[in-house]
Design a protein around this ligand. Structure first.
Ligand SMILES: NC(=O)c1ccc[n+]([C@@H]2O[C@H](COP(=O)([O-])OP(=O)(O)OC[C@H]3O[C@@H](n4cnc5c(N)ncnc54)[C@H](O)[C@@H]3O)[C@@H](O)[C@H]2O)c1
Length: 423
C-alpha cells in the first residue's frame, strides 16, 4: 500500500515510520522543510521517541519512508491519507482548525478516486463530517462515491507512540458505512490489532473526547481531594492508596494542573457545539487553579515569598519528553513571581534558549542556594540531584519524589495534598 501521513510531528512521524516498517510505502508530508530534509537524511528530529532512531535511518535509505513538502504530488500516489496535523484551542477556548484546513486544501489537490482519508487528530464532535470532509471534495470527486472519509483518534502517549500503536484497540468511525469499513480494514491490515468499528465518525470523535474528559475530571477530583486533605492535615497519597485498593476506585495523582496539548485542550471541545458539558468546564477550572494554590501553600509555609529564591525544575509538560505546550511550569512561574519570588528555571531536556522561550531566567550551574525548589517534571536525569544543596524546602508539584529519602537527607518536603515536614 502507498500511504500519505500529513503532518510528521510528534505523532505523525512515528506513525509514518511504524507503517513503513510494516512493508508499506509511506510519504510523510509536512510544511516544515527543515524537518522534511532531516527525515530524508535519516535523522530523527524526536530523539526521545522510543524506537524511532532505530527505524528511521534504514527507512529513509530504502525510501520506504519519503518526506516531502509537496503534499499534492505525494497524495496522488497514495491509496490512503492519514491526517496528523495538530489542533489547538484559540483565545476563546474554541478549536483552531486553521492548520488542518490548510492540510485538507493541499491534500484535495492530489486526491484520486477511491482514496481513503482518515483524520487522526482529536476534534470536536461533528467536525469530520461538517467541516473537513467537504473540503476534500474538490475536482469533481464526490464523497461516498469517489472519496472515503473516517475519523480514528490516536490513543498514544508521546515518547512511546510506536509501542502504543498496537497496544490499544484502534477506534474508527466513518462518515458513511463504506468509509468506516475501509478505515477498519486499513488498520487491520497495517497493524493487525483489534479494531472497534463504531457507528459513525461522531461516535468515534466523542469516544476520544470522553477519554480526555475522564482523565481531566479524574485529576480534578484528585486535586480537590488533595485540598480537602490539606485542610485536615492528612496525606492524600495514603488516602488514594487506600481508596484505590477497592477495584472501582481509580483516582489519579494530584498535582499542579494538567499540561500538554491533549488533556487540557480536549475538554474545551466539549464546551462548544451541542450538549455543552458543564462538568468539563468545572474540571478545567479546578485544575487550572492548582498552580496558584501551590504557590499560596509555599507562601504560607515560608511566611511570604517576597524576595525568596525559587528554582523550578523540569519545565516540560511531563517527565522525559521535551514537549512544552500548555506546560504548568509557566503557570507556576507566573504565580510565584506574582508573590514577589525571584524565580529561576531548569530543565534537563531543554537548552537555555528553550528555557528562556518559556519565559524563565535559566538557573546557573551549580543548582544550589535556593530558598525553595519546585519539582514540576521529574525527569530521569533528576534522579541523583543533590537536594540538600539546592534548597532546604522542596515542593513536590507532582507528588513524584521519595519523601522519606528527602527528609532523611535533611530536606523539608511538601507535596500537593501532603503535609509539610514539621519545621
Ligand atoms: N502529542 C500527543 O501526545 C498526542 C496523543 C494523542 C493524539 N494526538 C493528536 O495528534 C495531533 C498531532 O499532535 P502532534 O503532537 O504530532 O503535533 P505536532 O505539532 O508535533 O505535529 C504537527 C505537524 O503538522 C505539521 N503541519 C502543520 N500544518 C500542516 C500542513 N498544512 N500540511 C502538512 N503538515 C502540516 C507541522 O509542521 C508539524 O510538524 C494532536 O492535535 C492530537 O489530536 C497527540
Amino acid at each position: 500500500m502507498n500511504v500519505a501521513v500529513i503532518g510528521i510531528g510528534r505523532i505523525g512521524l512515528p506513525l509514518a515510520a511504524a507503517i513503513a516498517s510494516k512493508g508499506h510505502r509511506v510519504f510523510g508530508c509536512d510544511i516544515d522543510a527543515e524537518r522534511v530534509a532531516a527525515v530524508n537524511r535519516g535523522e530523527n528530529p524526536i530523539p526521545d521517541e522510543a524506537g524511532l532512531s532505530e527505524l528511521l535511518p534504514a527507512l529513509a535509505a530504502s525510501h520506504a519512508l519519503v518526506a516531502t513538502t509537496d503534499t499534492a504530488t505525494a497524495v496522488a500516489q497514495c491509496d490512503t491519507v492519514l491526517f496528523a496535523v495538530a489542533v489547538d484551542v484559540d483565545g476563546e477556548g474554541r478549536a483552531d482548525l486553521e492548520m488542518l484546513f490548510g492540510a485538507c486544501d493541499a491534500v484535495a489537490k492530489g486526491l484520486r478516486p477511491g482514496t481513503l482519508c482518515i483524520f487522526d487528530t482529536t476534534l470536536p464532535v461533528g467536525t469530520t463530517r461538517a467541516q473537513l470532509a467537504p473540503r476534500l471534495e474538490s475536482g469533481g470527486l464526490v464523497l461516498g462515491r469517489d472519496l472515503f472519509v473516517a475519523f480514528s483518534p490516536e490513543r498514544l502517549l508521546m515518547g512511546r507512540v510506536i509501542e502504543d500503536l498496537t497496544k490499544y484497540p484502534k477506534v474508527v468511525g466513518g462518515i458513511d458505512r463504506e468509509s468506516g469499513a475501509r478505515a477498519a480494514a486499513f488498520y487491520r491490515e497495517v497493524f493487525g490489532g483489534e479494531v472497534y468499528e463504531l457507528a459513525n465518525a461522531e461516535t468515534a470523535e466523542l469516544s476520544k473526547l470522553s477519554e480526555g474528559a475522564y482523565r481531566d475530571l479524574n485529576i480534578a477530583l484528585a486535586n480537590e481531594l488533595a485540598r480537602v486533605a490539606d485542610a485536615y492535615g492528612v496525606d492524600i497519597a495514603e488516602v488514594i492508596r487506600a481508596a484505590n485498593s477497592q477495584p472501582y476506585s481509580h483516582i489519579h495523582t494530584p498535582g499542579t494542573g494538567v499540561g500538554g496539548h491533549c488533556i487540557p485542550v480536549y475538554p474545551h471541545f466539549l464546551l462548544q457545539g451541542r450538549g455543552p458539558s458543564s462538568l468539563s468546564a468545572l474540571g478545567r477550572e479546578v485544575n487550572d487553579a492548582m498552580p496558584a494554590y501551590a504557590a499560596a501553600r509555599v507562601d504560607a509555609l515560608l511566611g511570604g515569598l517576597a524576595g525568596k529564591r525559587v528554582l523550578i525544575l523540569g519545565l516540560t509538560f511531563r517527565p522525559n519528553v521535551a514537549v512544552t505546550p500548555h506546560t504548568n511550569a509557566v503557570d507556576l512561574l507566573r504565580e510565584f513571581t506574582a508573590r514577589g519570588a525571584v524565580v529561576r528555571g531548569h530543565d534537563a531536556l531543554l537548552s537555555e534558549d528553550g528555557v528562556r522561550d518559556l519565559g524563565f531566567e535559566p538557573a546557573p550551574a551549580p543548582l544550589a542556594g535556593y530558598d525553595v525548589a519546585v519539582l514540576h517534571s521529574y525527569h530521569r536525569a533528576y534522579a541523583a540531584l543533590d537536594w540538600p544543596a539546592i534548597a532546604p524546602l522542596v515542593l513536590d508539584a507532582r507528588n513524584a519524589l521519595d519523601r522519606a529519602a528527602l527528609e532523611a537527607a535533611g530536606v523539608r518536603y511538601v507535596g500537593i495534598g501532603r503535609p509539610a515536614t514539621p519545621d
